[in-house]
Write a protein that binds this ligand. Structure first.
Ligand SMILES: [Zn+2]
Length: 98
């Protein structure tokens, strides 16, 4: 399988995943709006609120970088340890059980 084939297969997988996610979101929204008093304006306001949690209104929910409590340097949001001094970072996700 060459590079183009791998890319095409990955792209097809991503499209299928996106369509399934979109369908699930739509089903969840229809259930919520039918069974609660939540209005579409409430949903849109919540989307904007979550979008802004990382400080940027860009239509994405990205986690902000985290500052090392020991050396104060910035690390990726998912980093478990500081890449500069190896201190464990407080915002790191807990390790998965083996
Ligand atoms: Zn550090």
């Amino acid at each position: 399988m060459d590079h183009d084939d791998i890319w095409a297969e990955t792209s097809t997988d991503l499209k299928a995943s996106l369509q399934q996610l979109s369908l699930t979101c739509r089903a969840m929204w229809e259930l919520l709006s039918e069974r609660t008093s939540i209005a579409q304006a409430d949903l849109l306001a919540k989307v904007r609120e979550i979008d802004l949690r990382d400080g940027v209104r860009d239509g994405r929910a990205t986690a902000p970088p985290q500052e090392c409590p020991k050396c104060s340097r910035m690390n990726a949001a998912r980093a478990a340890r500081c890449i500069y001094c190896a201190t464990e970072l407080p915002g790191a996700a807990p390790a998965r059980p083996a």
